[in-house]
Design a protein around this ligand. Structure first.
Ligand code: KMH
Ligand code: ZN
Length: 285
C-alpha cells in the first residue's frame, strides 16, 4: 500500500481541560494511559498525543513524570509518542520548553496565540521559534498545531526563516472548533488547505460536536485524523464516549470506508520522518 493512500490516526486521550471528577473514564494515571494506548493501537492508532496528570489528576509538566511516560509508552506500545508542549493555559513558557528534554519522538508546536473559551492560549512568536529550534537540536519531529487560519501564515514565516523541522517533513494538525479559534466545518478545512505548505501532510480534529464533520471533511480532502477524549467526550448526541478506543475504532472504520485505511506506526514513522523503529529523528541541522 502506498503511504499516501492510508490514514494516520492520532489519539489524544487526556488533554489538560477535563476534570477526572467530571469524566471518570479519562485516563490520568500512567497505568491508565498505557492501557489506553495499547487499546487504541490495537484498533488503528499510530501516534499518541500526550498530556499527563499528577497524583491529584491535575495537569502537570513535571519532567520526571514525562520521561517515565515516554519510556513506558515506548516499552509497551509501538506508537509514536508525541508530548504536548501546549500543556494547560496556565503553564509558563519555561515549563513548556522543558518538555523537550523528555526526548519524545514528536512534540506539538502551536503556531500562535488564540482565545481558548474564556481563557487565552498564549504562544508568542519568540516562544514558537525557541520550540522549533529546540526540536531541531534534539531531533524531535514537530506537529504544528493550527487553531486559526492565520497561524498557517506564521508557519510559512517560521520555515522560511529557520528552516525545516527535524526529519525534514512538515506535518500540521488543524484543531478546529475551539471557541475563539476557527470553526469546525468542511468549508473552513478547505480554506485552511490552501495555506498548508507544499508537500506537507495534515491531520484535523474537531472539538466537541464538530468532531464528526471535521473527521469526514478531512478524510474526503486527503487529510489524516486526530481523535480522543482531549477533544470530545460525547460519542453522539446525548451519549458519552465509552473510552478512547471507541473513538479510534470509529475513525479507523471511516478511514476504511474512505479506502484510506489506518497506517501502521512503522509507516507513519517513515512518512513523518521519525527515524528508527522507536528512536529519534535525525538531527536536521
Ligand atoms: N491544552 C491546550 C491549552 C497542545 O497540546 O499542544 C493546548 C493544547 C495544545 O492542548
Ligand atoms: Zn493537546
Amino acid at each position: 500500500m502506498s503511504l499516501s493512500t492510508g490514514t494516520i490516526i492520532t489519539v489524544a486521550p487526556t488533554g489538560a481541560e477535563h476534570a477526572k471528577s467530571d469524566v471518570p473514564n479519562l485516563p490520568v494515571t500512567l497505568a491508565e494511559l498505557v492501557s489506553t494506548a495499547q487499546d487504541c493501537e490495537r484498533v488503528g492508532a499510530a501516534m499518541i498525543h500526550v498530556h499527563i496528570r499528577d497524583e491529584n489528576a491535575k495537569p502537570t509538566l513535571d519532567l520526571g513524570r514525562l520521561k517515565d511516560t515516554v519510556a513506558a509508552l515506548r516499552e509497551q506500545t509501538n506508537l509514536i509518542v508525541q508530548l504536548s508542549t501546549g500543556g494547560a493555559v496556565t503553564d509558563p513558557e519555561s515549563d513548556r520548553l522543558r518538555v523537550l528534554d523528555a526526548l519524545p519522538d514528536s512534540a506539538s508546536c502551536t503556531m500562535g496565540t488564540v482565545n481558548f473559551g474564556d481563557d487565552v492560549f498564549l504562544n508568542r512568536w519568540e516562544f514558537i521559534v525557541e520550540l522549533h529550534k529546540g526540536m531541531q537540536e534534539r531531533g524531535i519531529v514537530p506537529e504544528y498545531e493550527i487553531f486559526d487560519i492565520g497561524q498557517l501564515a506564521s508557519l510559512h514565516r517560521l520555515l522560511d526563516k529557520y528552516g525545516p523541522p527535524a526529519g525534514g517533513h512538515v506535518h500540521v494538525d488543524l484543531v478546529m472548533g475551539v471557541p475563539g479559534g476557527m470553526p469546525g466545518d468542511a468549508e473552513t478545512l478547505v480554506a485552511a488547505m490552501r495555506l498548508i505548505p507544499k508537500d506537507a501532510t495534515f491531520s484535523a480534529t474537531g472539538i466537541g460536536r464538530s468532531a464528526l464533520p471535521v473527521m469526514l471533511a478531512s478524510l474526503s480532502a486527503g487529510g489524516h485524523l486526530r481523535v480522543g477524549m482531549e477533544d470530545t467526550i460525547s460519542y453522539a448526541r446525548g451519549e458519552r464516549v465509552k473510552d478512547n478506543a471507541q473513538l479510534v475504532a470509529r475513525a479507523a472504520g471511516l478511514a476504511r470506508i474512505a479506502q484510506r485505511p489506518p497506517l501502521a506506526s512503522v509507516q507513519v514513522r517513515e512518512l513523518l520522518g521519525v527515524k528508527g523503529e522507536k528512536g529519534l529523528a535525525d538531527v536536521a541541522v
